[in-house]
Design a protein around this ligand. Structure first.
Ligand SMILES: [Zn+2]
Length: 342
């Protein structure tokens, strides 16, 4: 089954209100103990069902078992003290109180393997699993041990590689690393960020992806976007090296963004997850709007390499809105599929 334009999401989906506070990032859990464990699994089932009902081709766990896309993974590692907190500027953009790296970082046991196994049991569809990228992990911590962003990122890349191999073992088809930090620290990306990413995917047989976006639709990000001027050329800085890298798929923000779409020419040859859903807007896109973004992307991405997707995760949206957007993505992709096969 080689369906043209297979749809997927960047990763996170809203959680049910009985599990966590609705429309809130980093929302605390409403359940405890066994009830929390069961609740997360039920939420994962629902997230899967909602993707299936919307006609999404490559499904995910909707990140239902994580509070946050970076910190939940880090919570499972040794060497990070969550009691010792420092305020740092994340992605040069907003202050956050973050945990401290106090010693060598390591993973004592698999973090998401059980969740991935559970998702694999629920569906025969292709599944994609998101992990934070090494550079974005570094940018979400205060480092009092390595005192080198590059050295810490390399350690995280080693840990992520172990985790990715466990996920592959559980039957995950695509492992995605979320690297919003790639859109900010260009010199570091070119210097060591992509090398760390390649370390994280080293030896994997499944497909690999990197997601680089302009962030969730939260105020710090939308304010930042307003400061970026009429053309967002951030991708241009890192695309040449990414094109040369071993990563299979690049996931990007394209819809309602000021990214000049012709920048995609710089990664010609790669598979591209084209963001055709704006996660910062409360309006549900029409299938025609989704199709228009995909048609533009098709000028620079071969049809067999184009994967319609969302700009970013949808965790902070209402469930109803996210469901509408998933359906719009499916319908828009179907419009273009029909044109291509006509
Ligand atoms: Zn994103």
């Amino acid at each position: 089954m080689n369906r043209l334009l297979p749809t997927s999401t960047a990763g996170s989906l809203p959680k049910p209100s009985w599990l966590a506070q609705a429309e809130t990032l980093w929302s605390p859990w409403k359940l405890k103990g066994q009830a929390l464990y069961d609740g997360k699994r039920d939420a994962l089932r629902l997230a899967l069902l909602e993707q299936q009902q919307a006609g999404i081709d490559i499904v995910s766990d909707g990140e239902q078992t994580r509070q946050h896309f970076v910190t939940t993974f880090i919570e499972h590692l040794d060497g990070v003290d969550f009691e010792k907190r420092k305020t740092v500027k994340i992605r040069d953009r907003y202050d956050a109180s973050v945990p401290t790296v106090v010693g060598p970082v390591s993973r004592t046991k698999p973090v998401f393997a059980d969740d991935a196994k559970f998702l694999r049991q629920q569906s025969k569809q292709k599944i994609k699993w998101a992990l934070p990228g090494p550079m974005t992990m570094v940018d979400t911590l205060y480092d009092a041990h390595y005192k080198s962003r590059q050295a810490l990122a390399w350690e995280f890349a080693t840990i992520l590689n172990q985790e990715a191999k466990d996920l592959e073992q559980q039957g995950v088809d695509i492992i995605q690393f979320d690297e919003p930090a790639f859109n900010v620290f260009f010199d570091e990306v070119n210097d060591w960020g992509i090398k760390c990413l390649e370390k994280a995917i080293d030896g994997l047989k499944c497909e690999t992806a990197v997601h680089i976006c302009y962030g969730y639709g939260i105020k710090a990000n939308t304010d930042w976007k307003l400061s970026l001027g009429s053309e967002w050329r951030q991708y241009e800085e890192i695309f040449p090296k990414l094109q040369q890298s071993n990563i299979d798929i690049i996931s990007l923000e394209c819809h309602n963004s000021r990214v000049p779409i012709n920048l995609l020419e710089l990664i010609r040859g790669k598979k591209v997850m084209v963001g055709a859903i704006d996660v910062a807007s409360k309006a549900v896109e029409s299938p025609q709007e989704v199709a228009a973004t995909l048609r533009e992307a098709l000028k620079y991405v071969d049809a067999d390499k184009l994967y319609p997707c969302t700009n970013c995760g949808m965790a902070p949206l209402s469930r109803e809105l996210a469901q509408g957007k998933l359906r719009a993505l499916s319908s828009g992709a179907e419009l273009v599929r029909r044109e291509l096969s006509a």
